[in-house]
Design a protein around this ligand. Structure first.
Ligand SMILES: NC(=O)c1ccc[n+]([C@@H]2O[C@H](COP(=O)([O-])OP(=O)(O)OC[C@H]3O[C@@H](n4cnc5c(N)ncnc54)[C@H](O)[C@@H]3O)[C@@H](O)[C@H]2O)c1
Ligand SMILES: O=P(O)(O)OC[C@H](O)CO
Length: 335
């Protein structure tokens, strides 16, 4: 192995975002990536052909920089950072192999924009509770950035949020390269909740588009959604934050309008009459907003914030309410 590869970073997950993150990290000359994927077939393919056959398959994964691992313990061994890029709904199972001792002293980076279902917890809170990692040793990767555009090396911006500025600054440096600019921020909870909630909004955008509503309606819904996000985030974690910045508003806009949005695509299918099961089967990718709608709706039983868009999505996805009827009702709440 090249002597200059001094820093080891583990990436956990085999989807599009994990693949894009591996690509970004490989741009740093001193980094070796230890990459754990769930699929044995994908691991074998990457070892032989240096491309992920299942996601972003055009991205070249240099064997000099990327060591693909069968075992999660092997991936995290000696790693200073452990980057989690598995949809939140599936995070518990693979991490069961790990213990507080194995993760001790490492910085944990959540690239996940979802909540752990049933527990209704942010990933960082769940990691703190389960593995005893202090919040100050964690950060989240946020901002409007689709894996597909990273693969194409289109200029993108990320926000690295942590309660510990040094942690977010350090990891921002590792995520900055020719086509990515990463900026640090100290609003961990605000960024994490906004990233979870924008997925619910993208579902709503997809649903209305699927029903036949146009751009005019969607613009009003997105504007109202930003206010809904502000109300909820302020209730859960009151502090001053500029929600018009790219970590919050930017992420909402990209997911609501991009052709690459998983959540919008999923919502669009629901609007066109697919059942939840059928839409999930049709998509190879995961729409985090499906799980988030339930978590945020349930959390809001405590906060009682006005959240008509989240409620509308929840009723359609979990109570089987007809999308056209629910959106007709939602119209009364939008301004
Ligand atoms: N894709 C993006 O552009 C992007 C950008 C920012 C953040 N994220 C976040 O990254 C996280 C990972 O999403 P992604 O886009 O890479 O996923 P994806 O939709 O591209 O891929 C699905 C992933 O889910 C895993 N998976 C599917 N079913 C599973 C199961 N039953 N058990 C265990 N794992 C299963 C697959 O192995 C794969 O890793 C999500 O929280 C997402 O919000 C994604
Ligand atoms: O836009 P989606 O639904 O693919 O979600 C992916 C990322 O969160 C975008 O930042």
């Amino acid at each position: 192995m090249n002597q200059t590869l001094t820093e080891k970073i583990a990436v956990i997950g085999g989807g599009s975002w994990a693949t894009a993150l591996v690509k970004i990290l490989c741009e740093q000359p001193h980094i070796q990536v230890r990459w754990w994927l769930r699929s044995a077939e994908d691991i074998a393919h990457i070892r032989t052909y240096h491309h992920n056959p299942s996601y972003l398959s055009d991205v070249y994964l240099s064997p000099k920089k990327v060591k693909v691992c069968d075992k999660i313990k092997e991936a995290i061994k000696g790693a200073q950072y452990v980057v989690l890029a598995i949809p939140a709904a599936f995070i518990e199972e693979p991490l069961r192999e790990l213990s507080p001792e194995l993760l001790k002293g490492k910085r944990i980076v959540s690239a996940i924009k979802g909540m752990v279902p049933h527990k209704n917890k942010l990933v960082t809170d769940w990691i703190e509770e389960t593995y005893g990692i202090p919040l100050d040793d964690m950060c989240v990767i946020a901002g409007p950035c689709h894996a597909e555009e990273v693969a194409l090396e289109k200029q993108s911006y990320l926000t690295i949020a942590s309660t510990n500025l040094a942690c977010s600054e350090d990891f921002s440096k590792l995520m900055t390269c020719r086509y990515v600019t990463a900026n640090p921020l100290t609003d961990l909870y605000g960024v994490e909740y906004a990233a979870v909630m924008k997925n619910i909004v993208a579902l709503a955008c997809g649903i209305t588009h699927g029903i036949g509503y146009g751009d005019n309606f969607q613009a009003v819904m997105v504007a109202n959604a930003m206010q809904e996000i502000r109300r909820f985030v302020t209730a859960v974690d009151p502090r001053e934050r500029d929600l018009s910045s790219s970590a919050y508003l930017g992420d909402l806009l990209v997911t609501a309008y991009s052709q690459f949005s998983r959540n919008r695509l999923f919502g669009n299918m629901i609007g066109r009459g697919y059942s939840v099961k059928a839409a999930q089967l049709e998509m190879k990718m995961i729409a985090e907003g499906y799980y988030a709608a339930k978590s945020i709706f349930t959390m809001n039983e405590k906060y009682q914030v006005s959240m008509p868009i989240t409620e509308a999505v929840y009723r359609i996805l979990y109570e089987g309410a007809a999308p056209a009827f629910v959106m007709e009702q939602l119209k009364k709440h939008l301004k």
